[in-house]
Design a protein around this ligand. Structure first.
Ligand code: HEC
Ligand code: HEC
Length: 287
């Protein structure tokens, strides 16, 4: 009888210990579970990224190192996503620049879902005619947002200190800012990847322009635009500060300004690689 009581008591105590332990572990277990689920979401997103996005946004999502389906190195057409100004902090600069009102999570998810009209960034969600389900869009958005980490976000990167004068710019030591050296041929590729051609048309074909003036003759007419500015200075300044002078072709019509109908974020985008400016100037004006 007494033995039974003792065994009963021990069994009861053991049960309590096991239950108590399990209860104590529960939050940890749950956290592990959510962590694993987030991990899986990001992993799925990574697969989607490499299969659909890396051709334009790059292997490390820095808009460097892009390859076509056959594995040939090509010019990256997209913006850097592994980018301080897109993913770090609660209100990254990209939101303000694009006048987006909402969180960065919404910004990234909506851009992926709906694409950017007027650019080569296509819509991905089936809601907008794209190939993906909304959970796939969410997964790849989670992958992009996961670039926010201590190393990337520790310090705001310096944006390039564009000098006012193109001569000062071209004589700068850019080794600190740039890894690639380029030329007019690369400038031709950049003219496409920055989307200059979608407004200004093909420089080899007068009349192929859409929203902006045709730039095939800018090396000569550029010198006549603003008193005291060479064509080189004028083109450089036009890219950095589109609103300062509106091209005569736009005096009336759909591209009248200011503000200029030209893309306003080129100086910011070229800060990541000022060499791009050098190459575009070489392509349009020769330098
Ligand atoms: C055909 C090339 C191309 C492909 C493929 C592509 N993108 Fe883009 N993406 C772009 C371009 C170009 C832009 C910038 C558009 C602009 O000028 O506003 C962009 C912009 C973005 C932005 C906003 C970045 C910012 O700073 O404003 C996000 C986020 C993005 N893409 C994610 C993706 C994801 C995720 C995929 C794959 C599912 C993808 N893109 C596939 C070309 C591409
Ligand atoms: C969204 C359309 C758009 C994009 C993209 C764009 N531009 Fe423009 N650009 C314009 C418009 C519109 C004007 C005329 C208004 C003005 O002078 O600001 C213009 C003006 C210019 C001028 C002065 C032209 C003249 O006849 O005086 C130059 C040079 C120029 N852009 C270069 C570029 C380069 C280089 C790129 C790419 C790196 C680029 N633009 C991208 C729309 C665009």
């Amino acid at each position: 009888m007494q033995v039974k009581v003792v065994i009963g008591t021990i069994a009861f105590m053991l049960t309590m210990i096991v239950l108590g332990y399990a209860a104590l572990r529960e939050p940890e277990r749950l956290e592990h579970f959510t962590g694993a689920r987030e991990g899986r979401t990001i992993e799925t997103g990574a697969n989607i990224y490499f299969n659909n996005c890396a051709t334009c946004h790059g292997m490390e999502a820095k808009a460097e190192e892009c390859y076509d389906a056959a594995g040939n190195s090509i010019t990256c057409q997209g913006l850097p996503l592994n980018n301080y100004f897109l993913v770090c902090g609660d209100a990254p600069a990209r939101l303000e620049q694009t006048r987006f009102e909402g969180t960065k999570e919404q910004f990234v998810e909506r851009t992926i879902a709906a694409g950017r009209s007027g650019t080569v960034m296509p819509p991905w969600s089936s809601t907008y005619g794209g190939p993906m389900r909304d959970d796939q869009v969410k997964n790849v958005a989670a992958f992009v947002l996961n670039f926010e980490n201590e190393e990337l976000c520790a310090q705001e990167p310096v944006s390039f200190p564009w000098p006012d004068s193109v001569d000062d710019f071209l004589s700068m030591d850019m080794s600190e800012f740039t890894a690639v050296s380029g030329d007019a041929e690369n400038g031709a590729a950049l003219y496409q990847s920055y989307g200059c051609n979608s407004c200004h048309g093909d420089v080899a074909e007068a009349g192929s322009n859409q929203i902006g003036p045709w730039l095939g003759d800018i090396a000569t007419v550029g010198a006549t635009r603003v008193e005291g500015q060479t064509a080189l200075q004028y083109v450089y300044h036009s890219i950095l500060y589109p609103n300062d002078f509106i091209a005569p072709d736009c005096a009336a019509g759909p591209c009248a300004g200011p503000p200029s109908a030209m893309a306003q974020d080129l100086a910011f985008r070229m800060s990541a690689s000022p060499q791009d400016m050098v190459d575009i100037l070489a392509y349009l004006v020769g330098n």
